[in-house]
Every structure is written in structure tokens, then in C-alpha cells.
Design a protein around this ligand. Structure first.
Ligand SMILES: Nc1ncnc2c1ncn2[C@@H]1O[C@H](COP(=O)(O)OP(=O)(O)OP(=O)(O)O)[C@@H](O)[C@H]1O
Ligand SMILES: [Mg+2]
Length: 458
């Protein structure tokens, strides 16, 4: 017969006593158990097509890594990217050499979290967060925390401009803290140079640069010339050039974004520059097609269009009172194809775009910003009314001039036919010199606005 406790106090005492007895019993049993090792289900390599490896018998989660061993000197690291029934699909992370049928596929433990903090400033990392600048190991105390997406309702609105140090952008296409913009241009029109100017001249606290899928030579060039010693001091560069595996190129873009987030969460104003979003999309396309996704839009599988907004959404403002990530993503517009699905998608998910024009670059005007075709969607919310009036006036003059450009060029424009065109014609040399900015000359926000005021007659 079980005995009832006489009071509540007694019940608590009995409960505590039985818990203690249970815990000590469990401890004793655990000590008697033999020390167990974690079981790793090893697999065998059965098929290799292009960049896709297929293994059977392997128990590994999507996103985890495996070692594929064909012999004592042949080892390839690969990441699990999909499965079908018993088959696991992997893609190599490094070079794929010396693979043999039935090579052993051994799942690896989770990769260590990436160190973050001020120790990253001035450093150049690869897509896995390993330093590649021969400046020794990273000196960081914190590790990258798990990423949580920000609730759009608690995200602080874009309220204040960010000085990017470029006159035409500061004055005519004002960028807000936490805004995400596209930098659209063909090759060789001056994207990297413009990004370099921003890294050196911006008022942001930290600059994170993701060099994704561009030429290897460019990485060196960007660090030595565009950033320079001074620029690199408050910058972190993540570089995964075109010759790296598509997985690493993708990882580089995510890593740069995560590093930017870690600084934002410390309350810093971060400028994130990603060169280029097109190469990120192409890397995702390589992976999607390799694991059997259907090419739906101009050869791009659906996962590309799912990943682009996921990446871009991670930039922006944090919660109110915190830091911000203002981001520029370069988008290649080769052949000026208006139906390029990546450019189209980017336009839809970003808060503005700045277009660099080959015609303007060929005329020797750098940065070759096509102000007429560019837009900052938040400029109206973060600038004063007199500033907005100046911008409107500038745009009117610019477009009046452009509409009559051909007539003016052949000397067929009759002065006096249109007052606006007359003013544009009169001001044109000053407009051009306002838009021109030498690579070495910064233009602070207040100075840019003053220059715009001085340019336009009241
Ligand atoms: N502000 C500038 N002043 C003078 N020349 C410039 C300027 N910006 C770009 N250029 C010229 O344009 C060339 C290409 O510039 P940059 O490498 O920045 O272009 P890109 O768009 O990044 O090219 P790619 O598509 O090859 O990456 C430079 O080598 C330089 O000659
Ligand atoms: Mg470039």
C-alpha cells in the first residue's frame, strides 16, 4: 500500500529524494557502460559525372563534408548537395583528381565555426574563412554565431544617408544606411574602380568585400590598387576567384554576408560590396544543374532564383538602434540583354540600381554613372526637400540635353528653341566636371551637396 504525503512540504521532500536516487542510479549505470565511439557510416563512390559524385552507403546530412579517398595520395573533399534513394550526391570543394571507382567516402565532423571580430580587419580570407594573405593566423576571440533571419517587422527603417565618398552618388542617388543596391555594368566599365573608391572614402565603420568568381588577377589588383594599405585597414576581403569550385564561390558570398552581419550585430555601420552577384548566380546554376535540377529560365534552375533573395535579404538594417549593412551587388549586363534573368531578378529584389554606361566611359567620364537610368528607391525618404528639388532640376537638364544630343552634336540645334535645353547646353561643361571624379579624390556628403547647389542656378 502506498503511503500518502501528509503535507505539501513532505511531498516536495519525497520528490526531491526520489529524484536524487534516480540520478545516482543513472550515473552508476552509465559508468558501467563501455565507452562508445560515434559510428560513421562510410560509403563507396559509384559514379562521377562532370562535377557530381555519387556515393552509396554513406550517412551524411546535406551541407556536411566527406572525404573521398582513392589511395594514399588521392584525397578529395566534397560536400553533400543532394540525394536520391540510397544515392548521395556530392560536389568537390577542392580539385578533383585521381578519383577511382569504389573510393571510400567518409563523412567528416562539422567544420569549426569561423572566427569573427576586429581581428578580421585588414585580412583576406578564402571562401572557408581561412586567411590567404600570409599575415599569420586570425586573432579573433568570437566565433560566428548561428544565423537567424531578421523579422522584417523589427528591422529598423532606412532613415539616414550613408556617405559613400562619391559625388554623383551622394548628391544624385543618395544611399541610405541599410539600403541594398545593384551596380549594373558590362565588363571593363569601372565597377571595381568605383567599389574601390567607396571602400576608401565611405564613412562606414567596416567594409566587407566579397570578390566572388572574378578573375584571380583581379583579386590582387583590387587589394593592392583599389583598396590600398589605408583602405584595407578597416576592411575584410573574402576572395573566391573563378577557378575555385562552385561551392566555394557560393560559400564566399555567404561568408562575406555573415561577417558583415557579425559587425552589424556589434552596432557597426557596415558597407558590404559583393563583386559579383552574377557570378554567385552562375555558381548556384552549376550546382543546381549538376544535381539534376531542370534549367527553367534561360538555363538557370529554380534554386538560383530562391538563393538570390535569401542572400540579399541578409543585408540591411538590424533591429532599431543597432548597426546596419549597406550593400552593393555588382551585376554583369553583358550585351545589354534586357531579358537577362539575373539582372531582372536583381532589379526586383534590390532597393535601387546604379548603372554604369559604356558610352559614358568611352567619353572618358569616370565614374561612368548613367544618372538618368539609375535610381535610389530610398533617396526621397532620407533627403531634405531642397535637396530633392536640386536633384529633380539636375535630372531635367540632363534629360533635355540627352534628348537633343544628336542635334547638338551636328550643330543643328537652334539656340532659343527650348529654354531648358539652352540652360543644359550652357551648363554642360560644368555638369560633366561635376560628374567626373578622380579615383584619388574623395567627395564628402556635405561637399557633394554643396557642389550640386553651386552647379545649378536658382
Ligand atoms: N575613375 C576612373 N578613372 C579613370 N579610369 C578609370 C576609372 N574607373 C575605371 N577606369 C578605367 O576602366 C578600366 C576598367 O575598370 P575596372 O577594372 O574598374 O572595371 P570593371 O567593370 O571592374 O571590369 P571587369 O568587368 O573586367 O571586372 C580601368 O583599367 C581604367 O582604365
Ligand atoms: Mg572588376
Amino acid at each position: 500500500m502506498s503511503q500518502e504525503p501528509a503535507s505539501r512540504e513532505q511531498a516536495d521532500e519525497w520528490g526531491a529524494g526520489s529524484n536524487q536516487r534516480l540520478a545516482s542510479g543513472l550515473r552508476q549505470r552509465m559508468q558501467r557502460l563501455p565507452q562508445q565511439r560515434t559510428v560513421v557510416a562510410e560509403g563507396l563512390l559509384k559514379r562521377v559525372v562532370g562535377l557530381t559524385l555519387e556515393a552509396v552507403g554513406c550517412q551524411a546530412q546535406i551541407g556536411s563534408r566527406c572525404r573521398v579517398i582513392s589511395g594514399p595520395d588521392s584525397e578529395v573533399e566534397a560536400e553533400v548537395v543532394g540525394f536520391s534513394g540510397e544515392r548521395v550526391f556530392l560536389m568537390p570543394v577542392g580539385e578533383m583528381r585521381g578519383l577511382l571507382p569504389n573510393a571510400r567516402v567518409i563523412p567528416l565532423p562539422h567544420a569549426a565555426a569561423i572566427p569573427v571580430g576586429d581581428g578580421l580587419l585588414g585580412r583576406v580570407l578564402d571562401g572557408e574563412g581561412k586567411p590567404i594573405d600570409s599575415a599569420g593566423p586570425l586573432r579573433c576571440e568570437r566565433r560566428l554565431p548561428a544565423v537567424e533571419s531578421i523579422n522584417p517587422m523589427t528591422r529598423a527603417p532606412i532613415m539616414r544617408p550613408l556617405d559613400v565618398g562619391v559625388r554623383a552618388i551622394n548628391s544624385l542617388l543618395t544611399v541610405g544606411r541599410g539600403q541594398r543596391l545593384g551596380l549594373f555594368a558590362g565588363t571593363g566599365v569601372g565597377k571595381s574602380t568605383l567599389l574601390g573608391m567607396m571602400t576608401r572614402f565611405t564613412e562606414a565603420d567596416v567594409i566587407v568585400v566579397g570578390l566572388i568568381g572574378e578573375r584571380g588577377r583581379e583579386v590582387r589588383d583590387f587589394i593592392d590598387h583599389s583598396l590600398g594599405v589605408q583602405g584595407l585597414k578597416r576592411a575584410v576581403v573574402v576572395a573566391t576567384p573563378a577557378d575555385r569550385a562552385p561551392l566555394l564561390r557560393l560559400r564566399g558570398a555567404w561568408l562575406a554576408t555573415s561577417i558583415a552581419e557579425s559587425f552589424r550585430d556589434q552596432g557597426k555601420q557596415v558597407l558590404l560590396l559583393m563583386d559579383s552577384l552574377t557570378r554567385f548566380a552562375q555558381a548556384q546554376r552549376e550546382i543546381g544543374l549538376a544535381v539534376g535540377e531542370p534549367p527553367t529560365t534561360r538555363g538557370y534552375p529554380p534554386s538560383v532564383f530562391a538563393q538570390l533573395p535569401r542572400l540579399v535579404e541578409r543585408a540591411g538594417n538590424g533591429e532599431a538602434g543597432g548597426g546596419s549593412i549597406t550593400a552593393f551587388y555588382t551585376v554583369l549586363t553583358e550585351g545589354d540583354d534586357p531579358n537577362d534573368p539575373i539582372a531582372d531578378t536583381a532589379r526586383g529584389i534590390l532597393d535601387g540600381h546604379i548603372l554604369l554606361s559604356r558610352g559614358i566611359a568611352e567619353a572618358g567620364i569616370y565614374p561612368a554613372i548613367d544618372v538618368e537610368a539609375s535610381i535610389s528607391r530610398v533617396a526621397r525618404d532620407i533627403t531634405a526637400v531642397p535637396h530633392q528639388q536640386l536633384v529633380r532640376r539636375f535630372r531635367q537638364l540632363l534629360s533635355a540635353y540627352q534628348r537633343n544630343r544628336d542635334l547638338i552634336a551636328i550643330g543643328a540645334y537652334q539656340k532659343g528653341s527650348d529654354a531648358l535645353v539652352d540652360t543644359a547646353l550652357l551648363l554642360w561643361p560644368r555638369i560633366e566636371s561635376f560628374l567626373r571624379q578622380d579615383f584619388h579624390d574623395p567627395a564628402a556628403f556635405a561637399d557633394s551637396l554643396k557642389a550640386l547647389e553651386n552647379l545649378l542656378p536658382q
